[in-house]
Design a protein around this ligand. Structure first.
Ligand code: PLP
Length: 363
């Protein structure tokens, strides 16, 4: 790995802040720290239930298990996403069907979703779930997606791994479907240096997810296991870090939104970002932009100072999912050809100015 002067999304470890949180819990059990973090997630997101886990991927896996998804089942999922949105479908032995993005938000195209559901229904198939991704923190068109999902009676899992704090009409991404997941991994806006959460309004699901996350141990004085479980629980150290992050979450997200605005102001019509539609507020986890002119794209990516990366190569193109059905309109493929992510975390003003001057020359 190259050490960039300006990395993509770097979080420094605040050891003193972590120590202060641990001190405030010193007379309590470790479980209390985790419960404290869950309470904060509930308070901030407005989700009635939250289960803290050791990754967003684990949260997605449990969400699929809660919907009883297994071999022979189909799950519709955004193709323009990170692989972790899709792998848990395979962990369950189920089959992904990919849905392309629409041009404004770069998220699941509601028209293609409708087409997929109606075509599958014509063959007597009903997908067991839809995983909608809020890519780079930008809310998907949930105003359109939810009524379609409801019409076809398919539950929606929101992959809000990158969208902690993003909202639609003041409601948090992750709280609009049957279940939502967040990631707090090292590079996320709000981090616990490894962690995730499942949110839902169903208390039975939350209770089951919590139980399954600790090897499904029964509440007995001895070791008793009646169901298959996982080692997915969050560590108290991560929860303590997450608790600290929840104090400054708003400032951190506003700072990322500001970075996006500055790129837009400096580079003008040379770049086109994901578009916030009326009512939407993106968390702008990463500042991702389509480039009007891609002749220097490779040079941008190869530079040694500023970490610039192509956006995802869509999942329908990945060998690991070869053969999976996909409903496509060309958007995700086009984005892979023309769009990049710029450094988006905390950036020193001097470095940011230097990078912007260079980008002005390159684009
Ligand atoms: C869109 C998306 N889904 C799922 C995940 C999985 O989260 P985690 O890394 O916490 O397992 C990530 C994060 O890496 C992600 O970006």
């Amino acid at each position: 790995m190259k050490a960039y002067k300006v990395p993509m999304s770097y979080n420094e470890i605040d050891a003193a802040g972590l120590q202060a949180v641990l001190d405030s819990y010193k007379d309590d059990s470790h479980q209390k720290i985790i419960a404290g973090f869950e309470e904060r997630i509930i308070m901030l997101s407005g989700a009635p239930q939250a289960v803290a886990l050791n990754s967003g991927t684990a949260a997605l896996h449990l969400a699929l298990r809660l919907l009883n998804i297994g071999p022979g089942d189909t799950v519709l999922v955004s193709t323009f996403t990170y692989v972790a949105s899709v792998s848990p479908i395979l962990y369950c032995g189920a089959t992904p069907v990919f849905i392309d993005a629409e041009r404004e938000t770069w998220n699941m195209d509601p028209e293609l979703l409708e087409k997929a559901l109606s075509e599958l229904a014509g063959k007597g198939q009903r997908p067991k779930a839809i995983i909608v991704v809020h890519a780079y923190g930008m809310p998907a068109r949930m105003d359109k997606i939810m009524p379609i999902a409801q019409k076809w009676e398919v539950p929606v899992i929101e992959d809000a791994a990158e969208a902690f704090g993003a909202t639609m009409d003041q409601q948090w991404a992750g709280t609009l479907g049957a279940m939502g997941i967040y990631s707090f991994n090292n590079n996320k806006s709000i981090t616990s240096f490894g962690g995730g959460a499942l949110v839902t309004n169903n208390p039975q699901w939350a209770e089951k997810a919590r139980k399954w996350s600790t090897h499904a141990r029964e509440d007995r004085p001895h070791y008793e296991h009646l169901e298959l479980g996982y080692n997915y629980a969050m560590s108290p150290l991560s929860a303590a870090y997450g608790l600290m992050e929840c104090v400054t979450w708003k400032t951190k997200i506003e700072a990322r939104r500001q970075v996006f605005e500055e790129y837009s102001a400096v580079l003008g019509d040379r770049i086109t970002g994901q578009q916030e539609l009326p009512g939407m507020k993106s968390s702008r986890w990463l500042s991702a932009f389509g480039l009007s002119d891609i002749k220097n794209l490779q040079q941008l990516i190869d530079n040694q100072d500023f970490e610039i990366r192509r956006v995802w190569n869509p999942m329908h193109k990945q060998g690991v999912f070869a053969g999976a059905k996909a409903y496509l309109n060309g958007t995700a493929d086009a984005l892979f050809e023309e769009a990049v992510c710029f450094p988006s975390g905390k950036i020193k003003a001097k470095d940011f100015q230097q990078m912007c001057r260079w980008l002005q020359k390159m684009l």
